[in-house]
Design a protein around this ligand. Structure first.
Ligand SMILES: Nc1nc2c(ncn2[C@@H]2O[C@H](COP(=O)(O)OP(=O)(O)OP(=O)(O)O)[C@@H](O)[C@H]2O)c(=O)[nH]1
Length: 412
């Protein structure tokens, strides 16, 4: 279970705190703690600051009308978002400089949505690893403190070579923030090396350029950086830029996922198989086998129980396949037909497929308690072309159906 994230809301308007409570409660991760005045906030917060994930505060409270609540929150490390009725540019700047994450005015209904987005972003940031590469300890510390304020998970290195080693060793690092002037490998060369390697295509890279160097930012972008920042920068701009780049990357990954995954079974789709299958055959160190599986008499399920139950059965089949063959490329080939590709030894594959059919025979699926079997065609002696594997496996599947279903036919 994921840990709950307590959000302190300090707000004297009942209407506003109701709206915030409602919006925060939509996310199962967040537990809002509502306080109507400074004193109540103090009682709930002091001594247990580190149990809070973030705070949303009003500046004008009945017992503290001059933003004293901000000082209470900022004395801890809890991110503080101000939601206020007054728009005052100089106050806004003063509070941002003090360490407030955002200053939002309650001038429209969108303001509340914006505040929730900021908290949600913080929650996402917490799981996001960021590598900071800079040879200046002062600069590293400064960037680190900014990132920590936004709850990012930060790792520091002193030069490009160390950055490469860290990135090679930890594929979960999402973002690199790199200075240019560093010993061993400089920032620009680092970006070029990373982008040359397809493993790092999805890494978000932000370059840092020193003041006065006007050519460096364009060089960074041309080498493949997502964005750059000129030092010195204002922390609000820093955050806006890195979040914008992260969100663009997340969107790209969502689109890619939608293009490659079958929405019903959550297995990879046929498009993905044809895109990756050929490469899998080419790069494999041992012979590849391809398996076609087809649920028996599936039309009868639809005809008897309706399409919704039919869909449920396909979902169950997807789960069964994913849990029985987690080490293989598994996809929904279409309709009630599924496909596996693997490099494992053919004998072992046959044994696992037999166990799989056996396990299906002993189960019942969906609320209608449907018994299910499937027929399997296997190709272990493919010519090296994906289409050939598919053709042979399909012919064997047809043969398995012809012989009476619920069996495996292979070219072994
Ligand atoms: N519910 C549901 N049905 C689907 C889906 N895709 C294909 N089908 C149905 O799957 C059925 C496949 O029927 P057939 O190809 O005749 O095969 P079968 O009844 O499984 O018989 P055999 O393969 O010969 O054992 C058709 O009725 C399709 O409408 C889907 O996404 N959801």
């Amino acid at each position: 279970m994921m840990a709950e994230k307590k959000i302190l809301v300090v707000e004297d308007s009942l209407m506003v705190s109701k709206v915030l409570h409602h919006l925060l409660s939509q996310n199962p991760l967040f537990t809002p703690v509502l306080c109507a005045c400074y004193k109540e906030a103090q009682e709930n917060f002091t001594g247990v600051e580190d149990t809070y994930f973030a705070a949303i505060v009003d500046l004008n409270l009945p017992d503290a009308q001059n933003g004293e609540i901000v000082d209470l929150i900022l004395a801890s490390k809890v991110p503080c978002i101000v939601l206020t009725g007054t728009f005052d540019d100089s106050l806004r700047l003063r509070l941002l400089n003090k360490g407030v994450l955002d200053y939002v005015t309650k001038d429209s209904r969108y303001s509340f949505g914006h505040v929730i987005k900021v908290v949600e972003r913080l929650s996402k940031n917490q799981g996001t690893k960021v590598l900071v590469a800079d040879d200046s300890a002062t600069s590293r510390r400064f960037i680190n403190s900014l990132l920590q304020q936004y709850r990012f998970n930060v790792i520091e290195v002193e030069n490009g070579q160390e950055a490469l080693a860290k990135l090679e060793g930890d594929p979960s690092i999402r973002m690199l923030i790199t200075d240019h002037n560093m010993p061993l490998v400089n920032g620009y060369d680092l970006v070029r090396m990373l982008r040359y390697n397809s493993r790092f295509q999805d890494l978000v890279i932000i370059g840092l350029s020193a003041e006065g160097d006007n050519t460096l930012s364009a060089k960074f972008i041309k080498a493949g950086a997502n964005d750059f920042l000129k030092k010195p920068f204002f922390h609000e701009e820093f955050h806006c830029r890195i979040v914008r780049s992260l969100e663009a990357q997340e969107m790209l990954e969502t689109i890619r996922n939608l293009a490659n995954v079958d929405p019903l079974t959550k297995l990879k789709n046929r498009r993905y198989l044809f895109e990756q299958g050929e490469q899998l055959i080419r790069n494999a160190s041992s012979p590849v086998s391809l398996v076609m599986m087809d649920i028996d008499h599936f039309k009868a399920v639809n005809d008897t129980y309706g399409h919704i139950v039919g869909d449920d059965l396909l979902k169950f089949m997807g789960l069964e396949i994913a849990s029985a063959f987690p080490d293989m490329l598994a996809c929904r080939f279409g309709g009630e037909e599924f496909c596996l590709m693997t490099e494992i030894d053919a004998g072992e594959l046959m044994a696992r497929l037999n166990r799989f059919l056996e396990s299906l025979r002993s189960k019942e699926f969906t609320e209608a308690k449907i018994a299910l079997t499937c027929s399997v065609g296997v190709c272990v002696r493919g010519s090296g072309f994906l289409e050939e594997y598919v053709r042979v496996a399909d012919a064997n599947l047809y043969e398995a159906k012809r012989q009476g279903r619920d069996r495996i036919v292979s070219d072994l």
